[in-house]
Write a new protein. Structure first.
Length: 208
């Protein structure tokens, strides 16, 4: 069976780790970062990419719920397999299946890949201080993160968690928040890449 993977870049390290560990030759296409915060554009991009494939039996969508961006995808070129998880956080936190996910109701979940998003976005402490000055920059960050002062670094074993903790600490201090490292088994991703497709996934048969 010929497969391809379409994935959010926040899962890049975990996917590449599994491909290496399992000795897979499955092609991977990582989506542009800008789609992460735009479900409508994400849906359009995914569908156009799906439509463009030929001679493929199955497309693994490593994007999850993500604001409804995968809700109306059509299997025009091949069978689609999509995790039933709410987002990429669920995928990373999964230990055996979806039911095993233990997730704090409020907080910001981080990995090295997500930290990369923050570095290049507007919710970056150094950027705001440079633009607004220290007092106003810190006040802006407190306003934007109000109610979400607790950070959880998901340890998937594929990157240096301490480096992420150290880089986040200045922001956490400004917010008077907390930071904690939590385990992430990303079993949903492993099941998807090994073909262990069960009730944790939505399977859409190829049209026609």
């Amino acid at each position: 069976m010929k497969q391809v993977i379409l994935s959010c870049p926040t899962l890049k390290k975990e996917i590449l780790h599994l491909i290496d560990e399992l000795n897979l030759d499955t092609p991977v296409y990582f989506l542009p970062k800008r789609l992460h915060s735009n479900p409508q554009e994400l849906a359009e991009y995914l569908q156009n990419t799906i439509d463009s494939f030929a001679n493929v039996d199955r497309i693994l969508i490593c994007v999850s719920g993500c604001g409804g961006g995968t809700a109306k995808l059509r299997a025009t070129a091949a069978e689609l397999v999509i995790p039933k998880t709410r987002d990429c956080v669920d995928i990373l936190l999964s230990k055996t299946d979806i039911k095993s996910i233990n997730r704090a109701p409020k907080g910001i979940f981080m990995t090295e890949s997500w930290l990369d998003f923050m570095r290049s976005g507007s919710l970056n402490l150094e950027t705001q201080i440079a633009e607004k000055g220290e007092k106003e920059g810190k006040a802006y960050m407190r306003k934007m993160f109000k109610g979400f002062e607790h950070f959880y670094v998901v340890d998937t074993g594929t990157y240096n968690t301490q480096a992420v903790v150290d880089e986040l600490k200045p922001l956490v201090d400004v917010l008077d928040g907390t930071i904690e490292v939590v385990g992430g088994g990303y079993s949903i991703l492993r099941k998807l890449l090994t073909g262990d497709i069960d009730g944790d996934f939505r399977v859409i048969a190829k049209e026609g």
